[in-house]
Design a protein around this ligand. Structure first.
Ligand SMILES: Cc1cc2nc3c(=O)[nH]c(=O)nc-3n(C[C@H](O)[C@H](O)[C@H](O)COP(=O)(O)OP(=O)(O)OC[C@H]3O[C@@H](n4cnc5c(N)ncnc54)[C@H](O)[C@@H]3O)c2cc1C
Length: 342
């Protein structure tokens, strides 16, 4: 376990609503750390529809999911938020009045006076491939994400899948692996054409193997894989000796650990008041798609509004002795100084 990171606010989820919350908190001098299970920011906008246009962001007639994420990152830059990507918040406990301790599956520990749950539809989690008997190897020699590339150095690797993740990790891990085999059920890849070309060039030069078919069974013991049997589309089975397997079958949204944080959920959503979007626990807020209240609309614009009101209340917990004066960014020189424009 690393040293505890002490901060004003921890935001769980770096989707559009978690990102905009940094802005509203930043205007009030409140520092934030954001944690997201994805290895990128933007939540659903970045993961599910980066190239689709959104038409209902106020005063922005059209912007893609990717464009909105980029614009939010630019808007919050003056406040220098700290990002902890590729980590899932697993535990959240109240240790003071208010003070919270948060831990991640990456071993990080945070202490914050307020916590903002901006976990959207829940955590994006990898889809498990339909291979019987895979469970005992998961987390030991079957990995759904690459946290540290060096863990795969000099290993015989089997990557399964045909999308961008499978191809990107094939290209990134091939130089350090002892031997790398990519398996896909068709000789047709969904990933970027440039990555497909690079992968095919490596196969042609003998730098890696490509097998068309499906993993039929695994061999090994005590969590350690020794081989995979791959059934080709011609019906023949090939045995490939491996040390680790990395299946990339896409992501699915699951509520995940939020369910274990002692909140009385309604239909897997967190009830909040509409004055500050605070849960039943003082100092613990829920904004964006994860919350529920009468009239709730799961829209980005609603989450932005929720973040603004949340920040006003969080200020009371972070700076109990400071009076908060309402100010406009257009006319307040102190706000403009914080934004780096004055
Ligand atoms: C196809 C599609 C089109 C859409 N079009 C529109 C539109 O036109 N206009 C509109 O307003 N809305 C639209 N939406 C809805 C909009 O995307 C959501 O309202 C918005 O993404 C909610 O933002 P959020 O930040 O609350 O949650 P999300 O975007 O879901 O982000 C939540 C983040 O929290 C992370 N997370 C969850 N649990 C944990 C945990 N335990 N630890 C660490 N991280 C965690 C997740 O990985 C995720 O990245 C659309 C949605 C879809 C799917």
């Amino acid at each position: 376990m690393s040293d505890t990171i002490k901060t004003d606010v921890v935001i769980i989820g770096a989707g559009p609503i978690g990102l905009f919350a940094v802005f509203e908190l930043g205007l009030l001098d409140i520092k934030a750390h954001l944690v997201d299970i994805l290895d990128k920011v933007g939540g659903q906008c970045a993961e599910l529809y980066p190239e689709k246009p959104i038409y209902d962001i106020p005063a922005v007639p059209i912007i893609t999911g990717h464009g909105l994420t980029e614009a939010l990152m630019q808007q919050i830059k003056p406040f220098g938020p700290s990002f902890h990507l590729g980590e899932m918040v697993t535990t959240l406990e109240k240790i003071g009045d208010p003070l919270f301790r948060i831990t991640t599956d990456g071993g990080k520990v945070f202490e914050a006076r307020s916590v903002v749950i901006a976990a959207g539809g829940g955590s994006f989690q990898p889809k498990r491939p339909p291979i019987s008997g895979i469970e005992p190897y998961e987390g030991k020699s079957v990995h759904y994400a690459v946290r540290k590339m060096d863990a795969f150095r000099d290993k015989r690797l089997l990557i399964v899948g045909g999308g961008d993740s499978a191809l990107d990790w094939t290209l990134n891990l091939q130089p350090i692996a002892k031997r790398l085999t990519l398996v896909h059920r068709r000789d047709d890849f969904r990933g970027a054409p440039d990555s497909v070309n690079k992968m095919r060039a490596l196969v042609a030069s003998g730098g890696m193997d490509l097998r068309i078919g499906q993993v039929a069974s695994l061999e090994g013991g005590g969590g350690q894989l020794t081989a995979a049997n791959i059934k080709g589309n011609d019906g023949a089975t090939a045995r490939v000796e491996i040390d680790a397997m990395l299946p990339f079958f896409g992501l699915t949204m699951k509520l995940g650990p939020v369910a274990d944080w002692g909140l009385a959920l309604e239909d897997e959503l967190i009830p909040v008041d509409t004055a500050a979007f605070e849960t039943s626990q003082p100092g613990l807020f829920a904004i964006g798609d994860i919350n529920t209240y009468p009239g709730k609309l799961k829209l980005i614009l609603s989450g932005f509004h929720e973040g603004a009101l949340m920040a006003q209340k969080a200020h009371r917990y972070v700076f109990p002795d400071k009076k908060l004066t309402f100010q406009y960014t257009t006319s307040s020189s102190s706000l403009q100084k914080k934004l780096g424009v004055a």
